[in-house]
Structures are given as structure tokens and as C-alpha cells.
Design a protein around this ligand. Sequence first.
Ligand code: CP
Ligand code: NVA
Length: 308
Amino acid sequence: MNHFLDIHKTDPADLRGIIDQAGAMKAARNGRPRGAADDEQPLAGRMVALIFEKPSTRTRVSFDVGVRQMGGETMVLSGQDMQLGHGETIADTARVLSRYVDLIMIRTFDESVLEEMAEFASVPVINGLTDRTHPCQIMADVMTYEEHRGPIAGRKVTWCGDGNNVCASFLHAAAQFGFDLTFTGPMQLDPEPEFLGLARKAGRNIVIERDAKKAVEGADLVVTDTWVSMHDSQSSKERRHNMLRPYQVNAELMAHARPDALFMHCLPAHREEEATSEVMDGPHSVVFDEAENRLHAQKAIMRWCLGV
Ligand code: CP
Ligand code: NVA
């Protein structure tokens, strides 16, 4: 049994195996309807709990559909509706759920909730986003990059904007998959030094460049995300927007990247804020492939967790 808690906590060979299996499973579906079962049914007889303490469209639907395609069943739970939101400890919740279900995916606020769930559950736990990281997203993003452009190793990724949870998992992936990353954004929103250090220690070229145009020079992939994450206070919105406006990904900025550069955004996007529609819907954009690949990458993650 394996937990999937973060990219930097997962062996690089296992990460590569997950990406390869995701690609093979995607190909094997061969265009069949979304609701049709896979030929292989590795989750037959398995029950998966999907716990959400924050809103979600992609994570919720892609996990739910993925489990069903592999023959399993799901229950989608909101943290607020559970005793979790009313004082029962995470440890007790983990012990109880482990008596009913075979796998737990949780989207939560503080990383400590995920860690406590994993420590006390006797079934695998998957990180469906915390305030600090979003590993399932970046597994889908690596898969998407490689589908379009081949190996991501040795490439230059430029992250524009807020050094948030999605950026953190990109830094972890830089270390594990061997690509370089330039961060461009305001100093107040730099990625955590610990995560910058991890990627540098792994030998990657990790750069902070305040000038967005210089930062995207030579980039193979330009990535951004919302300027106000779910864990950020609404009262910080105006201040964050003012700081982040110079880092908007628009056609003029994309023109400084390599001609064949890809553009990614994990979605949901706030069009004309962190990225313009011209870029979101333009020739560099693979944002909907990323969304689709959440499904395939997470199916492979679940199989790896359960060893099936
Ligand atoms: N990208 C992503 O995780 O989207 P949701 O918040 O809709 O799940
Ligand atoms: N950084 C965003 C990602 C949403 C998928 C958030 O945490 O709200």
C-alpha cells in the first residue's frame, strides 16, 4: 500500500511508472464513451471515499469517473457534512473510514490534516490539494507536456504569478523529473524557500526573475494559476491583483517564449486576469488536455496506491 501525498515524497521511478501507465490506459480506452468501463477492472469491488473541504470541479469529477471506469465505486463527502467539521479528530476519522473504504482522497486546507489522515488510515491516502501542494495536478501536467513535446527532462518551465500550492508541486516535479524552473512574480509571493532549495539540491537550475519578459525567454512551457487561491482571504484580493498584474500571461508575453512553447493553467481560470482569453484559447494552450489528463493520471495513481 502506498500513500500519494506529494511528488517529492514519491520515488522518481514510481512517478515515471505512473505517467507511463496513465498514457497506456488512456490509449487503451481508444475513444470509447466516458461512461464505458475499461477492459481491465482493477478497482472491481473497491470503494473510494472522496473528501472535499474546499470546492472542486475537476478533481471531484475526474476521480469519480476514473474510479467507475476501473470498476470501483465512490462516495463523495463534504468535510462540513462529516463529523470532521464538528470536532471529531482526523485520526479517529481515518481509523473509521479505513473500516469502510479501500482508498481515501482528500482535499483540505492545512497539510497537517492530510498527514494525520495518512498516519492513521490503514488504507492509501491521496492528496487532492492542500494550501501547500497539488501533486495530482502536476502529474497530469507532466503527462500533458510529454504527450505534446516528448520528455520534459532538461526543459525550461516558467511559472508566472503567485508562488502557490500548484507552483510548489511544479518545483517538486522539477527535482523528480529533471527540468529547470524560472519563477517570475512579486517578491511577497515567492515560492517557499524549502521547495526552491529541494529542486536546487537535486541539481536543477531554479531562477527567480522579477522581469516577466526576461523570465519567459527560452521557456518551453509557461504556466500560471489564479491570483487568489481558495485558502487566500478575499480581503487580500485587491492587493494581490495590484502586485500580480505585471505577471499576466498575454500574447505579448508568450511571444518572448520559444515559438513552440506550451501554455498551461490548472483551471479554474479567471480570464483577463492571470491569463487572457487570447492565450487560453490560442495555439500554445493545452489547458483542456491538462484537465482531461487529470482523469488518466489519477487512475494510474490509484492503481499504484493499491498495487493493482
Ligand atoms: N485544477 C483543479 O484541481 O480544479 P478543481 O479545483 O476544479 O478540482
Ligand atoms: N491555487 C488554486 C488551485 C486550484 C485548483 C487554489 O488553491 O485555489
